[in-house]
Design a binder for this molecule. Structure first.
Ligand code: SAM
Length: 234
């Protein structure tokens, strides 16, 4: 559950809609029960149920602790099909990525860019679901880039400054490194993979190809596996 950034002290909060339904149906909460709640931008609080009925729940919320630290990770992701995009954004947010760039690539279908899920408020909704799952409160930034070449040539150096640059690519010799102690910028291809030209452009910018073994994974499988290897236990 996420409340506004300016939340600082014990406050009475009334929740309706999806959040009320979650507390009533999933937690089966009753007056007096305590719940963990997220307060935007790093804080976690404790909520005591004051009253609950079929329409609303009233909570008294107090600040408690900090949210987990975000991973020092920027994901450069070739735009996946809309159905997959929804799950990926949610999962990558749950896992703690700090920044996400959704970029074009040769094998990204043009129609994917029409997806309503690319609207900022929709992306935010997906991120909120991901954050709530992880009891985290730090929203990743998400930016869209519809042209691959200018993005790589003009922007990527700055975006990836001071980070290890990796491109997940099944046909490469180096296995994905484990347990990084430095920031990472990670590029992940579209369903059909990056074309050789795109891999070369990324390599020109210092991106090392890394693989996850002989199995070809869906993007939505590859990303959690990559994050689990790069930052285990974080
Ligand atoms: N035939 C495509 C190729 O060879 O690139 C497969 C693309 S795969 C379905 C989609 C993306 O997920 C890839 O571009 C890569 O970024 C990532 N991926 C999937 N399996 C991988 C693996 N075994 N090693 C590294 N990356 C992988």
């Amino acid at each position: 559950i996420l409340f506004p950034e300016d939340f600082t002290e014990a406050t009475r909060v009334t929740l309706t809609g999806r959040r009320h339904a979650h507390i009533q149906q999933v937690h089966r909460a009753a007056p007096g029960d305590r719940l963990k709640v997220g307060l935007l931008d790093g804080a976690i609080g404790r909520g005591r149920v004051l009253d609950i009925d079929d329409n609303r729940v009233e909570l008294e919320v107090t600040l408690q602790q900090s949210a987990p630290a975000p991973l020092p990770l920027t994901v450069i992701l070739a735009l996946p099909r809309p159905k997959m995009l929804k799950r990926i954004i949610e999962h990558v947010t749950t896992l703690g990525a700090k920044r996400i760039y959704l970029v074009n690539a040769y094998r990204v279908e043009k129609s994917y860019w029409q997806s309503p899920w690319l609207q900022p408020e929709k992306l935010r909704e997906l991120c909120l679901l991901g954050l709530e799952q992880a009891v985290d409160t730090r929203m990743p930034t998400i930016e869209l880039r519809k042209r691959f070449k200018p993005f790589v040539e003009d922007e990527l150096d700055e975006i990836a400054a001071d980070s290890r640059r990796l491109v997940a690519h099944p046909v490469t010799d180096s296995p994905c490194p484990v347990d990084m102690d430095e920031p990472v910028t990670l590029a992940v291809g579209p369903e059909g993979g990056f074309i050789p030209y795109e891999v070369e452009k990324l390599q020109e910018k210092g991106f090392e190809g890394v693989h996850l073994g002989p199995r070809i994974l869906r993007v939505e499988t590859a990303l959690p596996v990559l994050l689990g290897r790069l930052f285990p236990g974080r």
